[in-house]
Design a protein around this ligand. Structure first.
Ligand code: COI
Length: 355
């Protein structure tokens, strides 16, 4: 790995007061080019612009994938990652589906560890804040024929992560648009999955909602994801979530929250969830929580769900009775090293790293 450090850091502690997610980038980024069937030596250099012509393949055909993960500052002042191997594995699954090369583990993992080590002062030491890490890969060949790119760029950038949302959100259950279909790219973190969700989200906003609850594309009768997150529904005292599938992302936060819930004695059922049962549970007063779970947002309890013309409000539960709040605290406490980690999910970023 080649490391070219910035001459003077841009860091100031005020950066931790930022309210917007993913805008305050750290001093360095990692770049690694793929050409002639092999990966070049990765380079860490000052964060900055890249140069491409408008013929760059990704701009035309959207061959791009990414991951979302975070670094946390522990009470010992050290930097920690959370289950990074899960992101590494998923990145390469996404690469297969998008006909992109596999990224070697040492480039992905050593790249993240070295970058986090070098920019560790950018990890906030405030509870609930962290440093968001965004590995990304896209086709960089200068070519307009519709085919897989012959050249790719793998990059890692990092930005300070405050709360993603600052208000309770409401979601419209999709009855027309779809995020994913069988045989498609729903399980992958393909850039186009997100790009294609922005228009349905805009339509939902025009109808008075903030985001969309994605349903299955064939019948719009099954609840699958929420916005850019997995979704967990509380009916009575049971948590329900759909099984991961070709259409549903295998979220790291989803699987961590389910594990924490089970270990806290909360009943969890992983099975297809129908829109009808959610609607009926609301009518009978049993629909307690609709919870979005994802790396960027962590855990978000929604305020209301739109079903057709009806807006179903969710009860405002006290924190001690709200599974979303209870599980969020358990997860964030573990991620930040405030509580024990019996699962081995936290990984110390050694300091200093030999390059
Ligand atoms: C994440 O939660 O990390 C995501 O990938 C969502 C992102 C689009 C903000």
């Amino acid at each position: 790995m080649i490391i070219q450090k910035i001459e003077e850091s841009k860091f100031t502690p005020e950066v931790f007061n930022i309210k917007v997610f993913g805008k305050a980038f750290t001093d360095h980024m990692l770049l690694c080019h793929y050409k002639d069937g092999k990966w070049n030596v990765p380079v860490i250099k000052p964060y900055g612009k890249l140069e491409f012509t408008p013929a760059v393949s990704v701009a035309h055909y959207g061959q791009g994938i990414f991951e979302g993960m975070k670094a946390y500052k522990g009470p010992d002042g050290e930097a920690y990652l959370f289950r990074p191997e899960e992101n590494f594995e998923r990145f390469n699954k996404s690469a297969v589906r998008m006909d992109m090369p596999q990224i070697p583990e040492e480039i992905f993992m050593d790249g993240i560890r070295t970058l986090v080590d070098i920019d560790r002062q950018w990890i906030p030491d405030k509870y609930g804040m962290s440093l968001y890490i965004r590995p990304v890969m896209f086709g960089t060949e200068e070519a307009i024929s519709a085919k897989s790119s012959d050249e790719f760029l793998f990059s890692i950038v990092m930005a300070v992560a405050p709360n993603y949302y600052n208000k309770p959100l409401s979601l419209k259950i999709a009855d027309k648009f779809s995020r994913a279909a069988n045989g498609g790219t729903g399980f992958a973190k393909a850039a186009g999955n997100y790009g294609a969700s922005f228009y349905p989200a805009r339509v939902a906003r025009e109808e008075g909602y903030d985001q969309v609850i994605w349903t299955d594309d064939a019948t719009h009768t099954l609840i699958e994801e929420a916005g850019t997150m997995n979704v967990i529904i509380r009916i009575g005292d049971k948590l329900l979530t759909a099984p991961v599938s070709e259409r549903i992302l295998n979220g790291v936060t989803r699987k961590s929250i389910l594990q924490l819930a089970e270990d806290a004695g909360i009943e969890v059922e992983v099975r297809p969830i129908t829109v009808k049962e959610v609607y009926e549970a609301h009518k009978s007063g049993e629909l307690k929580e609709v919870i979005g779970v994802g790396t960027a947002v962590v855990v978000n309890n929604y305020a209301a769900v739109g079903y057709g013309e009806e807006k179903l409000s969710l009860p405002e539960l006290p924190a001690e009775d709200c599974f979303g709040s209870i599980l969020k605290k358990k997860l964030v406490d573990l991620q930040m090293g405030i509580s024990e980690d019996p699962y081995g999910w936290r990984q110390l970023v050694e300091h200093p790293i030999e390059a």
